[in-house]
Each structure stands twice: as C-alpha cells, then as structure tokens.
Design a protein around this ligand. Sequence first.
Ligand SMILES: [Fe+2]
Length: 341
Amino acid sequence: MQKRLLFPLLAAFAALFPGGSLRADDELTLYTQRHYGFDDTVHQRFSEKTGIKIKVVKAAADELIVRLQEEGANTPADLYMTADGGGLDRAKKAGLLQPLVSALVEEKVPAHLRDPDGHWVALTKRARVIIYAPDRVKAGELSTYEDLADPKWRGRLVVRSSSNAYNQSLLASLIEANGAEAAEAWAAGVRKNMARPPQGGDRDQIRAVAAGLADVAISNTYYLGLMETSNDKKDLEAAAAVKIFFPNQEGRGTHVNISGAGIVKASKKADLAKQFIEFILSDEIQSLYAQGTFEYPVSETAEWSENQKRWGTFATDQVPFSVYGERNAEAVRLFNKAGWE
Ligand SMILES: [Fe+2]
C-alpha cells in the first residue's frame, strides 16, 4: 500500500476506536473447550469492534489444563474457556488463572455465577433437562432426575456416555444433594433403564426419542434449540416431535451448568482479555448467544431467544459450581462402578 493512502486510512481506523490503543499485532489466544461454530461469529464481531484478533485452540478442558501446566510462563494462552463449571474450578485450583476485577462483571453476573476470588466468570448458562416423547409420556409422569432410575423407565431411556463432562457434573450435583451411595444407586438404575448403550452426543439422544427408540432422554436444552433451527429437515421434524421437561422444580431446581472463562495467570494481555470478557457479557452479545447457540444469558437484562421463551422459565439448582470440580473424580468413579459406559 502506498504511504499517502495508508495515513488517511490509519487515521480513519483510529477514529473508529477512540480511546483504544490500536496496535496491529493485538491478538488474544483462547484455549477453549467450546465447540460451537457460532463462537467464530462472536470473535469476528469483537475483532471488528476492537481490532483485537482471537486465535483459538480447541481441546478438552483437562487437556488444556495439562497444556497450560506444561507451557508455564511461556504459554501463548491469554484466556481459558470451558463448557462446564468443573473445568474452571480445576484450572483455578491448579493455580493457572489470575483474578479479574471488573465493575461490569459484578453488575451483570449474579454472584453464584462467578468465582468469589474473580478467577473465572460464567459467560452463558445451560440447563440439563429431560426430553420426552409427548405421545408416549405424559408430563405428569415426569418429576426428577432421581425418578429416571425408577424401574418404570426400564428400556425407555437414552443418555450419552459417562465420559462426558455434562453427565459428570450432573452426577456431582446428585452426590452433593443426596450423598455418594444414593448417587451410585442412581447411576446404576439409569444404566439399567437404558434403551441402548450410550452413544453419540445430546442431539443423538433427542433423535432417538423422536424416532421411537426411547421415550425419555437427558440433554442440554440448547441442543434442542439448534435442532429447532436446523437446515436439516430430519432434525426439524425430530425437534418438533419432542418436548422439554425441567426436572426437580418442586425441590432444589433443574441442574444448570455454565460455560465460562478465566484469564490465564501467565498472560501479559490481561487488559485485552478483560475487554473480551466484558464484550461477551454485554447485553447485545448475551442476546446474540441466546439466539445463536440457545445457551441462556448470564446477564438478567439480556433478552432470551423465542425458543427459550417458548420452553419457559424454571427454577435452577443453586449448588456452587466448585462442587462440580471437587466432586468430579468421585463422579467418574461412581459411573465406572455403576457400569455406565
Ligand atoms: Fe455442548
């Protein structure tokens, strides 16, 4: 580019970002467990607004923790992000995150959705629910997660593998609520009730219920949202054939997990990382997520998507997310003892 063109361009660019110290090499590296294509859209918006590029490294939460430990002070990572509260807690306890001080975070995010020491903050919420076939199951027959271990569901239930973090955190919440013995009996009861050995992701369980292979499934709500808005006609039809039931409404509430992030302790770009977190927590982006991935906003002032409004409001289990981290190993052990693959 010729110099006489470059200067007016730079001036125009700088005018777009008043107060921002725009450097062409501004870049954030994100270590993330998230696997949703929609995140790219959000990263692009952030880059357009701030000039900061987002470089993404995707892997399982614990693989990323090991990587951060191995890389130590030389890690290129600025942010650590998970699709589960347990991973955030484990990263914090491994000493891999640094505190974030932000008035916006405190204003937008309810206290139970962020680490008391500021090491991580929830960016979206997800509810793990029962998906059922309304032609074979009446809503009145459904009640709690605990009830899914009842023999009345023998051969009628599908759920994904116990190696999945969402199931591990659900079992951690059941250990916390009912004790280890009851949680193990629950896992064994659910395993007996399975219509088939665990296979596939949450969407595959919804598809199985729609196809009549099972009557109930355990799934996160946002997967139903993705199917309700899919370009695939089969998924649209499957989504239309099932309904959501929010369990444990009479008691402690439905199991909720979070996707969240913390700033990596070794990051030298904590200010930019904070900017990124605050951007995700703006009502605009929170509502965009509600419509794009169908995860729930953590900000109470952000609008839900039409799908979420249709599914309805629900009471949520208020167990601290650190429990998912603390009880993770125990949950994995109980799943294995119960023979839940
Ligand atoms: Fe997911």
